[in-house]
Design a protein around this ligand. Sequence first.
Ligand SMILES: Cc1cc2nc3c(=O)[nH]c(=O)nc-3n(C[C@H](O)[C@H](O)[C@H](O)COP(=O)(O)OP(=O)(O)OC[C@H]3O[C@@H](n4cnc5c(N)ncnc54)[C@H](O)[C@@H]3O)c2cc1C
Length: 183
Amino acid sequence: MSDADVVIVGDGPTGLSAALLLEKNGQDTIVLGEDETPMHQARLLNILGIEDEDGTPFMERAREQARSFGADLREARVTGAGETNGSFVAETEDGDTVTGDRLVLATGTDRSLAEDLDLAMDGDVIEADKEGFTSREGVLAGGWAIRPHKVQAANSIGDGASIALSILSAEAGEPVHDFDIAD
Ligand SMILES: Cc1cc2nc3c(=O)[nH]c(=O)nc-3n(C[C@H](O)[C@H](O)[C@H](O)COP(=O)(O)OP(=O)(O)OC[C@H]3O[C@@H](n4cnc5c(N)ncnc54)[C@H](O)[C@@H]3O)c2cc1C
């Protein structure tokens, strides 16, 4: 029995964006991380719709927004990852294990878990297509984990959304858009 439909390792813009969309669409999602994103050093002048804001309040709002849809954000450092009987397992520093039907790596520049999962790499970044699929079925990745350069909050948020839509589409057996219509 899985703890969650989707386990996300990493609580930066990529992981939180994926978590929000997944939970919004009924996928039970656990996010493991320590809120150590470099976004805390950023002054955001480059995100559409945000005029000028430091990264810390932006991330606080993002965490709260993901939680408000039901995402389970847990403070934990993941030290190992693997697959057992068709479920993915994330092992934390504290000795806990969290399992999921799918695993998302949104770990920024720390790509060490890719080795545990035997993922194909492109140099020192995880190889993934534009939908977030890696070389291993059930494992998706995005953001700084898959980009050597040219990474910013906006394309990380976009990668998280692509990952979520890929998972939702796989579940639905047809492409999913997640459009909402204003009154
Ligand atoms: C100094 C600086 C300033 C920046 N300023 C800007 C800016 O002004 N505008 C902009 O758009 N971008 C800026 N960026 C870039 C921006 O921070 C990144 O594009 C963005 O954070 C990438 O998001 P991500 O979610 O892919 O990775 P990250 O934000 O790096 O998130 C990864 C998260 O996963 C966690 N993690 C990693 N491994 C594990 C593990 N094993 N277990 C648990 N948790 C784990 C990390 O602690 C981190 O919290 C800046 C970057 C730096 C370094």
